[in-house]
Design a protein around this ligand. Structure first.
Ligand SMILES: Cc1cc2nc3c(=O)[nH]c(=O)nc-3n(C[C@H](O)[C@H](O)[C@H](O)COP(=O)(O)O)c2cc1C
Length: 178
């Protein structure tokens, strides 16, 4: 099978990275794919800090590790740190009206674009929600008032086969109302 379903099936969270550096062009392509992501009112409420410098990457890795979590990030050569920008007023007002956090939803979608593009380019990736936000802000000189929403670890996988997917059955998660 080819196409989107095959790509989505091939994407998995990589927790075993090769120490080979990631080409800047590939990370740029991931960010081009992120630019195409939909967002509420086309607000695009995100900024990404892309880290390839080995010393800085090791420091970012350290901010994702506590209580035994995410030890594998020490091997990862690149990170994309995503911060939330102020959304357009229309998106913020619409979100308040509907009690929805559109900016967080938008960032989830753009993160999906990043990891799927990474997969397409032969890269492994892992979305990380477990990180020390305050430490990352200090490290990357991000204003205290901004939120860091996600960190994405990106590199070449050292695994030569994919894991089987563990997912809830379709019947449990999708209800067709005919
Ligand atoms: C918002 C979010 C936060 C996550 N945080 C972490 C994390 O901190 N560490 C980790 O190893 N995996 C993390 N993951 C990866 C999930 O564990 C993974 O996507 C899930 O188990 C499904 O496995 P797969 O990605 O290999 O298909 C995160 C995923 C998402 C979407």
């Amino acid at each position: 099978m080819n196409g989107f379903f095959e790509l989505a099936s091939r994407r998995e969270s990589c927790r075993n990275f090769h120490n080979r550096p990631v080409e800047k062009e590939k990370l740029t392509a991931c960010m081009e794919a992120a630019r195409l992501a939909p967002s509420a009112c086309n607000s695009q409420p995100w900024t990404a800090h892309i880290i390839r410098n080995p010393k800085l990457a090791a420091e970012v890795a350290a901010t994702t590790q506590a209580m035994g979590m995410n030890r594998f990030t020490s091997q990862c050569p690149a990170f994309i740190v995503i911060t939330e920008d102020k959304a357009l007023l229309t998106a913020t007002v619409a979100g308040k009206f509907k009690s929805q956090d559109f900016a967080a939803i938008d960032i989830g979608i753009m993160a999906a674009h990043i990891v799927l593009m990474a997969t397409e380019l032969g890269l492994g990736s892992c979305i990380l929600g477990w990180f020390d936000e305050s430490r990352i802000k200090d490290l990357l000189k991000i204003e205290r008032t901004r939120r860091v929403r996600l960190v994405i670890a990106v590199g070449y996988s050292a695994d030569d086969r994919l894991r089987p997917k563990v997912r809830k059955p379709l019947e449990k998660t999708s209800m067709f109302i005919d």
